[in-house]
Design a protein around this ligand. Structure first.
Ligand SMILES: NC(=O)N[C@@H](CC(=O)O)C(=O)O
Ligand SMILES: [Zn+2]
Ligand SMILES: [Zn+2]
Length: 343
């Protein structure tokens, strides 16, 4: 097969940031995807309908025509059910995002105790607004590699039980436990999967030295987990869908004493996923994962347009500079075997 034409995909988890960084990265996402679920972890976080509408306009300006940002509400301990319902009703918010306080980048205003969210979750369940979850406990006693599995046990499993009709997406899954939990859960539970978590295991963090550009949260896990998440991605199950978690930080913030978590994978995300599906003999399932499972889960229409991937070397630059931002992309300096044909 020399070309692969699929329905135009969407990215169900991306960080587009704001200001110069937004202008630098939004065109990469817009080139690859028709829609994207935009994470609200700006500083300050996007907690009001007004802030989300204004942010949406800035994204549309930066991305150019043909791209639709789908906005999310950042949940705090003070999350107001009426504001959530209003934003959802007005078509501004597609979903709301739960960051356990201090679990990841810009999550200081996140939720300190899930019980504080109950009124918000009740309303979201009633109106059919999905809950997106950064699934890691923040308990310093828990080993950083176990934080996702412990979160599932302590928080997610009870939540999925207590809110039996709430749509829940476990974002950027990294473990066998997460893949199995989502696979076996009740209806209305899904997961996004990033390109890095199906291609790298935690050895990548220490390959010949400390590798800040392989550092993201949840952190890469053992090989056993990579294989389980990879199997879920290519399984064809509608519960698993594409979410890059592209999370740009300028090079200086990655390469420092306390480097930021996040991998900037937007520029070649599709080429990267295609390599995985091909290696697994599952290229015929790429379209479901990239373009169908997500919209069906969210209850949104499938995109009508198509894109074509063609076989051919794509050279990933070691450094991408745009709008004064210097970013090291995922696969920096490598060659990928597929190329997204220009629209
Ligand atoms: N994934 C990351 O490592 N970082 C994300 C936050 C997140 O998605 O948890 C970021 O905003 O930089
Ligand atoms: Zn996260
Ligand atoms: Zn993220």
């Amino acid at each position: 097969m020399q070309t692969l034409t699929i329905r135009r995909p969407d990215d169900w988890h991306v960080h587009l940031r704001d200001g110069d960084m937004l202008r630098a990265v939004a065109p990469f996402t817009a080139r690859q995807f028709e829609r994207a679920i935009v994470m609200p972890n700006l500083s300050p976080p996007v907690t009001t309908v007004a802030a989300a509408s204004a942010y949406r306009e800035r994204i549309i300006d930066a991305a150019g025509p043909g791209f639709t940002p789908l906005m999310t509400c950042y949940l705090t301990d003070e999350a107001d059910p009426d504001e959530l319902a209003r934003g959802h009703g007005e078509g501004v918010w597609v979903a709301a995002k739960l960051y356990p306080a201090n679990a990841t980048t810009n999550s200081a205003h996140g939720v300190t105790d899930i019980r504080k969210l109950w009124p918000a979750l009740e309303r979201m369940q009633a109106i059919g607004m999905p809950l997106l979850v950064h699934g890691e406990v923040t308990d310093a006693q828990v080993d950083v590699f176990d934080r996702e599995a412990v979160f599932i046990e302590r928080t997610l499993a009870p939540l999925v039980r207590d809110f039996p009709a709430l749509k829940v997406v476990l974002e950027h899954i990294t473990t066998r436990q997460a893949a199995e939990f989502v696979r076996d859960a009740r209806e209305g539970v899904g997961a996004t999967i990033t390109p890095q978590h199906v291609q790298l295991n935690r050895n990548a963090l220490f390959a010949g030295g400390l590798r800040p550009h392989a550092y993201c949260l949840p952190v890469l896990k053992r090989e056993e987990h990579r294989l389980a998440v990879r199997a879920a991605a290519v399984s064809g199950s509608p519960r698993f869908f594409l979410g890059t978690d592209s999370a740009p930080h300028v090079i200086g913030r990655k390469e420092q004493d306390c480097g930021c978590a996040g991998i900037f994978n937007a520029p070649y995300a599709l080429e990267s996923y295609a390599a995985v599906f091909e290696a697994e003999g599952a290229l015929d399932r790429l379209e479901g994962f990239a373009s169908e499972h997500g919209p069906r889960f969210y209850g949104l229409p499938l995109n009508a347009a198509q894109v074509t991937l063609e076989r051919g070397e794509t050279e990933v630059l070691p450094l991408i500079e745009a709008e004064g931002q210097a970013l090291v992309p995922f696969h920096a300096g490598e060659r990928l075997g597929w190329r997204l044909r220009a629209a």
